[in-house]
Design a protein around this ligand. Structure first.
Ligand code: 8YV
Length: 318
């Protein structure tokens, strides 16, 4: 079993009991492609990260591979069709990260609206010399309208948090989400209705052909000048040049971003330099509890497949 990033051995214990486990020893540096290809040739199982491309080339050389367990709910780094057709099981980590990612998304909403990072820097940089009535005044979150694009489990968990802030909830999704409508009062809207009426436009949709660059110049023009855009799904759902233009031309008021087109980004990235952008290093599911649980689930899934049983959370695409 090859694990492509340093993980907690304790959480992967079930794997050590059934096979030889090899782990790329770096926590923050991805396993080089050449090494990954070499390891894939001899592996029965891979425990992978979003930064590993599990494509046709890799799947073709992986002669004895039975299962790929991705430490993420998203699987846009994996050619699942091809893996499924080749008889290789693909697993992800849904559910266990829902609340943690929703907490972070709501944190981004609050941080952007209430200028929390600017305010914290203000204190750290010793600029706080007196008080002013409009000093670092942001905008309210409570009683505003949130528009959630992608009402899956994480979207619904964000909507649940929004009810605690007495927000009006609009949502857009491929299919209607009855539970969100009946339990949380979420109102189904077309994409255009949502983006033109929401104060906070929050994207939690997976990256697909339909969502790639969904947030582009046309979309930002339709959004309110006072609106804040929040993205905790995938960077590629946004055209980043168009977002930058929308922010500097005051077409929208701010952005809270946990994800980017090419990760990691550098501090010289144009969006990072804007005062009204809160940029985070893709930490949606990054609580200790959740990351350990995700590792446990990956280990459990791999062990099940290698023992000839069904994994708990398999990804099958049609
Ligand atoms: C990942 C994520 O866990 O689950 C996802 O799809 O984007 C994150 O929660 C993280 O990027 C590690 O791969």
């Amino acid at each position: 079993i090859f694990v492509t990033r340093k993980c907690s051995e304790q959480q992967l214990q079930p794997l050590y009991e059934i096979a030889d486990v090899e782990m790329w020893p770096e926590e923050e540096t991805p396993c080089p492609r050449d090494l990954l290809l070499e390891k894939a040739k001899k592996a029965d199982a891979l425990l992978t990260m979003l930064s590993d491309s599990i494509d046709k080339q890799l799947l073709d050389v992986a002669g004895q591979l039975k299962v790929v367990a991705n430490l993420a709910v998203g699987y846009d780094n994996i050619d699942v069709h091809y893996a499924n057709d080749s008889g290789i099981v693909v697993c992800n980590t849904p559910d266990v990260l829902t609340d943690t990612t929703a907490d972070l998304t709501f944190g981004l909403i609050l941080a952007t609206a209430r200028r929390l990072l600017e305010a914290a820097d203000y204190v750290k940089e010793n600029q706080w010399k007196s008080w002013g009535p409009l000093l670092l005044a942001g905008v309210d979150v409570h009683h505003k309208t949130i528009g959630i694009v992608g009402m899956g489990k994480i979207g619904q968990a964000v909507a649940k948090r929004a009810t605690g802030f007495d927000m009006k909830i609009l949502y857009h999704n491929r299919t209607r989400n009855e539970e969100a409508e009946t339990k949380l009062g979420a109102i189904y809207s077309t994409f255009d209705e949502l983006i033109s009426n929401a104060d906070f436009v929050v994207c939690l949709a997976p990256l697909t052909d339909e969502t790639r660059e969904l947030f582009n110049k046309d979309a930002f023009i339709k959004m309110k000048n006072s609106s804040i855009f929040v993205n905790a799904s995938r960077g590629a759902v946004v055209n980043e040049v168009d977002l930058y233009e929308a922010l500097i031309n005051n077409q929208i008021a701010g952005a809270g971003l946990d994800v980017f087109l090419q990760e990691p980004i550098e501090s010289s990235h144009p969006l990072v330099g804007l005062h009204n952008v809160v940029a985070l290093p893709h930490i949606g599911s990054a609580s200790l509890e959740t990351r350990y649980t995700m590792m446990n689930l990956c280990a459990d899934n791999i062990a099940s497949v290698l023992k000839g049983n069904s994994p708990k959370t398999e990804v099958i695409v049609k």
